[in-house]
Write a protein that binds this ligand. Structure first.
Ligand code: C2E
Ligand code: MG
Ligand code: MG
Length: 541
């Protein structure tokens, strides 16, 4: 197994993050600007369509008003009592035409043939009353386009009521003040075009009755208006909104640029955080990237495996394993350690439950951080984790270094409660701190783990080598069980056995192993061992 802080794969991972951050930053810069552009375009389109809708409304209103005036004139004419086409009749019709702004002429028909107009008798040829294209909601018949008898060649719209037909010039419907290029069409409710301005596209006029309220076709934006008798559509080339857009853009682009700058800043900040060791560790905790290896604990005299120490490793997404001493201190300083402890405990239970249930003398030691001991929350948490697994609290040892005991009062409370629940508690790395002896006296511990640095001196004539036997003696005198850490040579094991040290762990026996390999190691050891539990627990009065 390779364990290191930065490897080639880690560099690859970092450059992947840098590339992703670069892409995100580019998107962060481009998207708000595109959004500002899109927004200015859609605002300009909306404004233009609102303007066109006003024009269409106005055209419908003008057509309605012409219809109203013509209706009034026709009703009046139908009430005339004088003989048809007599001078008085013609003169009354003329007066009606002169006094009704919306109508150009009025004609009197009998049996579908024109008898006389406001100008007098009709032309010599027969003029028939054309069939109606549409009937308005007040019963007036509409002939969309007709040519007067005394014609200027201009198509007129005719309104007919019984014997009279009034002509109106439909140009008045579209006589509105509009930008050059604006096109308008007015049609009957059924879609028959009566008047146009600037030749609207056939694509619009052909389907006037079905057009939506607003929309756009290949080149134009349009808006429609519907009255009870008329439909009007006003359209303008899409290109006409460019000026409007420029105005909107002037307002929106600075906002877009500001958002883009903020997005880029955010991406840079997030990626720097993500690339920082703490950022990476926080994500590892969220993603549960931790695995547990188990280092066998050996009964030195018999050489059999009686338990294991659970040692966490961080398996990064690229497969690289990171040693705990490279990330545990960071986790401790930043409040991530308790979550890691929990993940270790749950992983250990899931992986070793079967052998722990099969062999009640087997135990697993879990390393606790200072915060776990200080807060004591580890105990109810362990309780929950073990509940309904069948694993006994006696099978779970708790290990803590001196740092966990610095607040002696809370450490004592946690240790006492842990022991009451059935756990054994060991002081880890004994001898490396300043106050090891004091803790031994003050805390109700079960076991002492002699730090590897003292085991290393066995068989050497270094100054500290003379301390090792004293530590063993102190442990014995306090009736503590002793575990020697980091045994690498047989000579060290022999020395420890001779001194009465019961348990040891180290590469001489095995390195920390993944669960499956540890189970195989343990099964192999079990085959060679006789019966008999190895419970490390001392009786404290
Ligand atoms: P520790 O609890 O004292 O664990 C013993 C360390 O010594 C382990 O290192 C183990 O792999 C190593 N070791 C055991 N035998 C030998 C040997 O013969 N030679 C050598 N050179 N080393 C040996 P590891 O796994 O790197 O753990 C380092 C420390 O990280 C642990 O020291 C413990 O303080 C901490 N740690 C590990 N897992 C956890 C955990 O789940 N929670 C907390 N809070 N701390 C943990
Ligand atoms: Mg330990
Ligand atoms: Mg240790």
């Amino acid at each position: 197994m390779k364990t290191t802080t930065i490897t080639g794969e880690a560099c690859l991972e970092r450059s992947r993050i840098v590339v992703i951050a670069g892409i995100l930053a580019a998107l962060g810069a481009i998207l708000p600007m595109l959004a500002a552009y899109y927004l200015s375009w859609s605002i300009a389109v909306r404004n233009e369509q609102a303007q066109l809708a006003r024009l269409a409304d106005s055209a419908v209103m003008r057509a309605d008003s012409a219809l109203k005036e013509a209706t009034r004139a026709l009703k009046t004419a139908n009430r005339f009592g004088m003989p048809a086409c007599a001078e008085a009749h013609v003169s009354a019709m003329r007066s009606l035409v002169v006094n009704t702004a919306a109508i150009e002429d009025i004609g009197y028909f009998e049996n579908g043939l024109l008898r006389c107009t406001s100008w007098g008798a009709p032309p010599r040829h027969l003029v028939r009353s054309p069939p109606a294209d549409f009937t308005t909601d007040n019963g007036i018949e509409v002939i969309a386009r007709t040519y007067p008898t005394i014609s200027t060649g201009v198509a007129m719209t005719a309104f007919r009521d019984r014997s009279y037909t009034a002509l109106t010039n439909p140009v008045r419907f579209v006589d509105v003040i509009a930008e050059p290029g604006t096109r308008i069409a007015v049609a009957t409710r059924t879609g028959i075009v009566v008047s146009t301005l600037n030749e609207p596209h056939a694509s619009l006029t052909a389907r006037l009755a079905d057009l939506p309220k607003t929309g756009k076709d290949a080149e134009d934006l349009f808006a429609t208006s519907r009255g009870s008798n008329w439909i009007a559509v006003a359209s303008a080339p899409s290109i006409a909104i460019l000026n409007d857009m420029d105005r909107e853009r002037l307002l929106l682009l600075p906002a877009g640029a500001l958002i883009a700058a903020l997005m880029v800043g955010l991406v840079v900040w997030l990626s720097r955080r993500r690339l920082s060791p703490l950022g990476e560790l926080s994500i590892a905790v969220q993603r549960r990237e931790f695995v547990v290896h188990y280092q066998p604990l050996i009964e030195l005299k018999s050489g059999i495996c009686v338990g294991a120490e659970a040692l966490v490793r961080w398996r990064r997404p690229d497969g690289q394993m990171v040693r705990p001493d490279l990330f545990i201190p960071l986790a401790e300083e930043n409040g991530l350690i308790e979550e890691i402890t929990d993940q270790v405990i749950y992983a250990m239970i899931a992986e070793l439950r079967t052998i722990l249930l099969a062999d009640r003398s087997l135990h697993i030691a879990v390393n606790l951080a200072a915060d776990d001991i200080k807060s004591g929350r580890i105990l109810p948490m362990m309780d929950t984790a073990l509940k309904s697994t069948g694993i006994l609290p006696q099978q779970i040892w708790l290990e803590a270094t001196e740092r966990g005991f610095m607040d002696v009062k809370s450490a004592r409370a946690t240790i006492e409660e842990a022991r009451r629940r059935g756990h054994s508690v060991a002081i880890d790395d004994f001898g490396t701190g300043y106050s090891s002896l004091q803790y031994l006296q003050e805390l109700p511990l079960d076991a002492l783990k002699i730090d590897k640095s003292f085991i290393d001196t066995i068989g050497t004539d270094s100054a500290t080598s003379s301390i090792t036997p004293h530590i063993i003696d102190i442990a014995k005198s306090l009736d503590l069980h002793v575990v020697a850490e980091g045994i690498e040579r047989q000579e060290q094991a022999d020395y420890l056995i001779e001194r009465g040290v019961q348990y040891g762990q180290g590469w001489l026996f095995s390195k920390a192993l993944p669960a499956a390999e540890f189970i195989a190691f343990y099964n192999n050891s079990k085959r060679q061992r006789g019966a008999g539990p190895a419970v490390i627990r001392r009786e404290i009065a």
